[in-house]
Write a protein that binds this ligand. Structure first.
Ligand code: FRU
Length: 499
């Protein structure tokens, strides 16, 4: 017995260390190593995700909420999932922020910081973070009522960690229009009157603008739906914000996601360049402009409360398409977000365009850089960024693996084409294997930057003057890039994963 007592501490130490070995640290857990799992794009650990919601910056943290169904890999009763990042690149998962309640499921919306405590829900010392979202009442929908989407708010006084639904009541009732959703709220000040909150709301196939002194009482101001815009499907997820061009010109930009009716079929985001006077948005655009010409960039909206010292307009989008989002071959999660992007207003001969550039923080992931010459690049790592300079008007880029699966990106005449017909798995959907074409609209291609992350390829021409975001499902990693029509001064970076 005595011998046992003497040995006891050693036995305990051994037992405890065995226990510890059974609970390895996250770094040793092959965390996020499933086939197709994005390594430098945000994805939930498991289950279904769609639109990014309520992006707001506060005290060093970028919040990303998102449409989330925690019980399945397909869409269902929506919650707001939650993650935070201090650098827009690495993300920490947090518990679900907002759950469905008696008013319905929690659809897309936005979040703001109520610095002036206009709502009375916080205090001057601790301004509330306020989420404004759509309640989707599934019972009303089943009963075929027209008023089952209303707007609700919830607030947090602890940096988004816990949420209280405002009086469990809706703040903007439905006037009898089935599609009445996705409130994006901003603080508007024109120097003449006291500031006010402005909400852009997708109402069937137009955008309605409402204003409020306190985020609780809303007044209709105007609506927007020019004849010539894209109306192939319902309008969703609007966003309204100013952008300033290099020459100091300020324009207001209105984003409207549309599904279906995008340039590649299914979902995409159109935008309008114009002016907003606090009540009405007018556009100077006269044809449809698309934020991203790929098949897989949807429902993107911008962060609010980004510090003036930063000054950027930051966007993240859902990297999928409603045409096949629910049947892509990924488990146990479905969907990822794009690389966060910085939006810039660029003046062209025939007007302004909105360029979307990968945020500079993504460069932190570069772990090895190579200047590559010649026409063939061997990829030793399947997380890669390449920056290519064409020296011919037309060019081709082939990205392939040992199995003969191949993606071809081609500039021919005035078009950029992304051919994913032989890119890997595609039999899950009739429309996935396709060639997607983007008109260059006079953009002279000076550089083409490509990010490859297992199951996605994002392309930025001239730092985002034209962007294409595309999903691909190669059955083994792409290992080779062949080039036709480029200089021999191209850059290759291998990237680290973020998890
Ligand atoms: C866009 C969308 C939104 C809606 C949400 C529901 O993808 O349809 O209009 O709020 O998804 O999940």
């Amino acid at each position: 017995m005595k011998k046992f007592l003497i040995l006891l501490p050693f036995i305990l130490t051994f037992f405890v260390s065995c226990q510890q070995e059974k609970q390895p640290e996250p770094e040793n857990m092959n965390f996020y190593s499933e086939p197709f799992r994005p390594q430098f794009h945000f994805s939930p650990e498991a289950n279904w995700m769609n639109d990014p919601n309520g992006m707001v910056y506060l005290d060093g943290e970028y919040h990303l909420f998102y449409q989330y169904y925690p019980d399945s890999t397909v869409w269902g009763p929506m919650h707001w999932g939650h993650a935070v990042s201090t650098d827009l690149v690495h993300w920490d998962h947090l518990p679900i922020a907002i759950y469905p309640d008696k008013n319905g499921w929690i659809f897309s919306g936005s979040a703001v910081i109520d610095h002036n405590n206009t709502s009375g829900l916080g205090s001057d010392q601790n301004p509330a973070m306020i989420a404004i979202f759509t309640y989707h009442d599934p019972i009303g929908e089943k009963e075929e009522r027209a008023d089952f989407q209303t707007q609700g708010i919830a607030y947090s006084l602890d940096k988004g960690r816990s949420w209280t639904v405002y009086k469990e009541n809706t703040v903007l009732k439905n006037p009898g229009i089935k599609d009445f959703r996705d409130p994006k709220v901003m603080w508007y000040e024109d120097g003449k009157e006291n500031g006010k909150w402005v909400m852009s709301l997708a109402v069937l196939d137009k955008i309605d603008f409402y204003s409020s002194p306190n985020l609780i009482d809303w007044t209709f101001e105007s609506d927007f739906n020019p004849d010539w815009a894209a109306y192939g499907g319902v309008w969703e997820c609007p966003d309204l914000f100013p952008l300033t061009a290099e020459d100091g010109t300020e324009k207001w930009i209105l984003f409207v996601s549309i599904n279906p009716g995008g340039p590649q079929g299914g979902s995409a985001t159109q935008y309008f360049v114009g002016n907003f006077d606090g009540k009405t948005f007018t556009t100077e655009s006269s044809e449809t402009l698309w934020l991203d010409y790929g098949a897989d960039n949807y429902a993107g909206v911008t962060w609010s409360n980004v510090p003036e010292s930063d000054g950027r307009t930051l966007l993240i989008s859902w990297m999928s398409n409603w045409q096949y989002a629910q049947i892509v071959p990924t488990h146990p999660w479905r969907s990822a977000m794009t690389i966060p992007r910085n939006l810039e207003l660029v003046k062209k001969d025939d007007g302004y365009l909105v360029a979307s550039r990968p945020v500079k923080e993504i460069e932190k992931l570069r772990k090895e850089s190579k200047t590559v010459s010649g026409t063939s690049i061997e990829l030793e790592n399947d997380l890669a960024e390449v920056i290519l300079s064409p020296n011919q008007a037309d060019f081709k880029i082939h990205i392939s693996n040992e199995k003969g699966e191949i993606v071809t990106i081609e500039k021919a005449g005035g078009e950029l084409k992304f051919d994913r017909t032989k890119s890997g798995l595609s039999d899950f959907s009739k429309v996935f294997a396709a060639v997607h074409k983007a008109p260059l609209n006079g953009i002279a291609v000076e550089s083409i930057r490509i990010f490859i992350d297992r199951s996605s390829i994002e392309i930025f021409v001239n730092e985002g003057e034209l962007a294409m975001t595309e999903l691909v499902f190669p059955t083994s990693p792409y290992t080779k890039i062949n080039l036709e029509g480029f200089t021999d001064r191209n850059s290759l970076y291998y990237l680290s994963g973020i998890w």
